[in-house]
Design a protein around this ligand. Structure first.
Ligand SMILES: [Zn+2]
Length: 80
């Protein structure tokens, strides 16, 4: 009578979430660490220094230009 034990794997969240932001002006791609509890509204391109703001309807630059949506959007603490 042995119930099979499910071993929940503990996922370590220590790794900071990153997103690869592509600059719409010059195409420069840079991996940036995303803030987990806030939306980042401004982002300055490290190449052409254009100040990026989110596209209409997006809450942060990672949603608009990154390859990963921002953490607040994923975990529901975002108002957008
Ligand atoms: Zn740029």
């Amino acid at each position: 009578m042995q119930a099979p034990e499910t071993m929940p794997r503990t996922q370590h969240e220590a790794v900071a979430p990153t997103s690869r932001i592509t600059c719409p002006q010059c195409g420069f791609v840079k991996e940036e660490v995303m803030p987990t509890e806030a939306c980042q509204y401004f982002y300055e391109c490290g190449n052409c220094h254009t100040r990026l703001t989110p596209k209409q309807g997006d809450c942060c630059v990672f949603c608009s230009y990154g390859d990963v949506p921002c953490p607040p959007k994923t975990n529901g603490s975002c108002d957008c």
